[in-house]
Design a protein around this ligand. Structure first.
Ligand code: ZN
Ligand code: ZN
Length: 462
């Protein structure tokens, strides 16, 4: 029988408050500050828009991060409510207790706390303060305090930051939420800094006017889908503080042209770059040029559909920039070579750090995996290994499983359906469901015998 933990006194009190909306809003004037975070969390989860609005208006702390709360699609309406409730001018609503909120963070960060501790060891009052824009709270206030020390009696301007993740495409200009953000910025007469940390742009050539409202220096994670390399370069000239860059479906006319040279020089300047993803970006025999200019701290490298050649792999295995990767995705690059030594060396180099490896759809055969399996078994940090849609046989699949069961950190394996399950590999219509069920059953028995029931082996039939 399943016993649910009884609710705490605090849970009961919060539920009581939430069930009486007017009472809750009134109580915000009196309840102690410590109750704000649990009450906010409960009101957010239960989507009490009016209470949330009142809480933003009277938030007694410097910052408010929705990061730890899981955002469902329907909950986006709550963002709107919260942005609308931002008190940009102190006299806007005297009914509420004077708000201290200066940073509203609408970005998703699972590890983040709802508010920062009041006393931090760093000089920043909030871990997510903008450090780059001229319009940031810290820069504007330091300017104000230096100018007010010159002219006594002038109080510093109340500034605020609104941290958001945005996904921009051609229809975005009409997007209601973006319209609201822009009108809030306009209303604030320069007091509100719209700080976009995560930016995804689809169809760059049609997004220029939306981008003109943002300070690209603030962006940490940039993803661009469908653009010319020249367009990407002009974006990177402004987005100079990236931790993560993802480019997909980028057209590059020539590796000898100005656009590619400028692209490399922009990459060279990215000292903080930790994650690079280039997808559907044909780099045959030119991966070296891209990797050479990167900083040595790259954590994550994704190169699906890049038409990588044997010489690209050879370089990858010798490149110091990729020696500490925790994630490598080289799916959808055909690897039907005679010599797998470079790939083997790459896995050896990464054996102490690699946590996620994806080599789906690479035309890897029994012969190639026979070479790679010993190196895979030495990747002691591996947690997820995906090698689906490769033409291998059942004996090889069993062998790989034997190699991988001693890797104790490894919990998820996405395996290829062995070729004997198909009438004609890899035609989906020719797949024999019974044969696949037998494969699943055999793997399950093997995992049980190896005492690795904690490991999950799954496959895709789609
Ligand atoms: Zn904070
Ligand atoms: Zn900013």
């Amino acid at each position: 029988m399943y016993f649910k933990e009884p609710p705490t006194l605090l849970d009961i009190a919060i539920q009581c408050i939430l069930n009486h909306e007017p009472l809750a809003i009134h109580a915000l004037q009196e309840i102690p500050g410590e109750l704000f975070v649990p009450l906010f969390t409960a009101a957010f989860k239960a989507r009490h828009e009016k209470i949330l609005s009142a809480m933003v208006k009277s938030w007694p702390f410097f910052c408010l991060h929705i990061g730890p709360l899981r955002m469902q699609r329907a909950q986006r309406k709550l963002w709107k409510v919260m942005v609308e409730s931002l008190q940009l001018l102190p006299t806007e609503n005297p009914a509420f207790r004077s708000p201290k909120l200066r940073i509203l963070d609408l970005t998703q960060r699972p590890g983040c706390k709802t508010k920062c501790p009041e006393i931090t060891t760093t000089c920043k009052p909030c871990v997510r303060c903008c450090a780059y824009s001229e319009r940031s709270l810290m820069k504007v206030e330091s300017q104000c305090s230096s100018s007010s020390s010159e002219s006594e009696g002038q109080s510093p301007k109340t500034t605020m930051e609104l941290l958001v993740s945005l996904s921009i495409d051609r229809a975005f200009r009409e997007n209601e939420f973006f319209g609201l953000l822009l009108s809030k910025v306009e209303q604030s007469l320069g007091a509100l800094h719209l700080c976009c940390r995560n930016l995804r742009i689809k169809n760059l050539s049609e997004c220029g006017s939306a981008l003109s409202h943002l300070d690209l220096k603030c962006v940490c994670h940039l993803a661009v889908v469908e653009a010319s390399l020249m367009g990407v370069v002009s974006l990177l000239e402004l987005a100079v503080n990236l931790d993560s860059l993802s480019l997909s479906k980028i057209t590059c006319r020539s590796f000898n042209g100005r656009a590619f040279r400028n692209f490399l020089s922009q990459l060279r300047g990215m000292d903080h770059l930790k994650e690079l993803s280039l997808s559907s970006f044909c780099l045959t025999d030119h991966l070296e040029h891209v990797l050479r200019v990167l900083s040595a701290d790259l954590d994550s490298l994704q190169l699906p559909f890049c038409e990588l050649s044997y010489s690209d792999f050879k370089f990858l295995s010798q490149c110091p920039q990729v020696n500490h990767l925790t994630l490598l995705d080289i799916s959808n690059n055909s690897m039907y070579w005679e010599d797998y030594e470079p790939f083997y060396c790459l896995l050896e180099n990464l054996s102490g750090t690699l946590q996620h490896l994806a080599i789906n759809h690479c035309l890897l055969t029994d012969a190639s995996l026979t070479v790679l399996a010993p190196a895979l078994s030495r990747c002691s940090q591996l947690r997820l290994f995906s090698f689906s849609s490769n033409p291998i046989t059942m004996p090889m699949l069993r062998r790989i499983l034997e190699y991988l069961t001693p890797v104790t950190q490894l919990k998820y394996v996405i395996y290829p359906i062995p070729v004997h399950c198909y009438g004609r590999w890899p035609v989906r219509g020719s797949l024999d469901a019974q044969k696949l069920a037998d494969v699943n059953a055999q793997l399950k028995i093997m995992l049980h015998e190896a005492e690795r029931d904690d490991m999950c082996w799954i496959t895709y039939t789609g």
